[in-house]
Ligand binder design. Structure first.
Ligand code: URA
Ligand code: SF4
Length: 198
């Protein structure tokens, strides 16, 4: 099994899809090797590409504000993306790009073995689908729900950029993450009806 350092080294020099043509820096997943929680975003934005770090721009600031409210220490989480190079013109990554880059996500999940995976937005959900060989429903159908897949609890959420575009959804986003970060406080009976069969 590859270490996170080995995966990150491979990502840094990866040219497996055309997105490498546009990047300044590939953005590797960040966080401890044995994190209990993994957050998956879509793709690096301008600042992330500049600095090579995930979620440090506007979406990252929104996440940080939610972490503060929930008392979550960001340093304990593993934060990664569906694709690790910034798409030119901020485009949505193509199916081929998501599929190609999902190999790194698969390796990160194998190495970290998180209990809870939080894919944010449709692109993250699709990447996770390639990792598990499943087709998940659209994020609008499963955000805020809990999907049990083997040993993993998957808590899909809208992407923070969607929340920034529609601030009315902020409370919904906050409550979805509150549930994701406190699965132990939910009894089996309470969780079961929220599982989505896929
Ligand atoms: N949006 C993402 O999906 N990922 C980042 O790292 C930053 C913004
Ligand atoms: Fe490699 Fe992923 Fe970057 Fe494509 S987006 S070049 S697969 S690291």
């Amino acid at each position: 099994m590859a270490s996170i350092e080995e995966i990150s080294n491979a990502v840094s020099v990866c040219k497996k899809c055309d997105l490498h043509l546009f990047r300044k820096n590939a953005v590797c997943g960040a966080g401890p090797e044995k994190a209990r929680y993994m957050i998956i975003g879509e793709a690096p934005g301008y600042l992330e590409d500049e600095k090579g770090l995930p979620f440090i721009g506007r979406s990252g600031k929104l996440l940080d504000s939610v972490f503060t409210v929930l008392g979550v220490n960001r340093a304990t989480l593993f934060i990664t993306n569906a694709v690790r190079c910034r798409p030119g013109m901020n485009k949505t990554p193509s199916t081929k790009e998501i599929k190609t880059c999902s190999n790194y996500l698969k390796e990160e999940i194998e190495t970290i073995s998180p209990s809870v995976i939080i894919p944010m937005g449709n692109v993250a959900l699709r990447a996770l689908g390639y990792v598990f060989g499943k087709k998940f429903p659209k994020i609008s159908e499963v955000s805020g729900k809990v999907i049990k897949l083997g040993d993993f609890l998957i808590h899909p959420q809208f992407h923070p950029a969607a929340i920034l575009r529609n601030p009315k959804k902020k409370v919904y986003f906050l409550e979805g993450l509150r549930q994701a970060f406190s699965p132990a406080s939910y009894s089996k009976e309470e969780i079961e009806p929220k599982y989505v069969e896929i």
